[in-house]
Design a binder for this molecule. Sequence first.
Ligand SMILES: [Ca+2]
Length: 106
Amino acid sequence: MKLFKSLLMAVVLAPIFALNGTASAQESDNHGVIAEANFESADADGDGALDRDEFKAFINANAEHNLGRAKQIRRFRAYGRAFSRLDADGSKSVTWEEIQIAQSGE
Ligand SMILES: [Ca+2]
């Protein structure tokens, strides 16, 4: 159980999709574009932010495109932890801006 916990934390603390890392600049651009399109599709009510259900759809869509850690988040069902980490201002919704800040920060 200890191993599972540390694996889970590694997944949650890693970027949702790697904009830097080993991918080429062009691949990173494409990933950003796909992720942004996934964000817009996941935003079912179109308010420009994802609530928990919409965020789950966003992660699942990213997992289909094998973006960053989305597959691991889906496998570990760590949506809630990832969401809480991204929701910097605790508004119970995650904006595209908050996701981008989380990618570039730390
Ligand atoms: Ca929304």
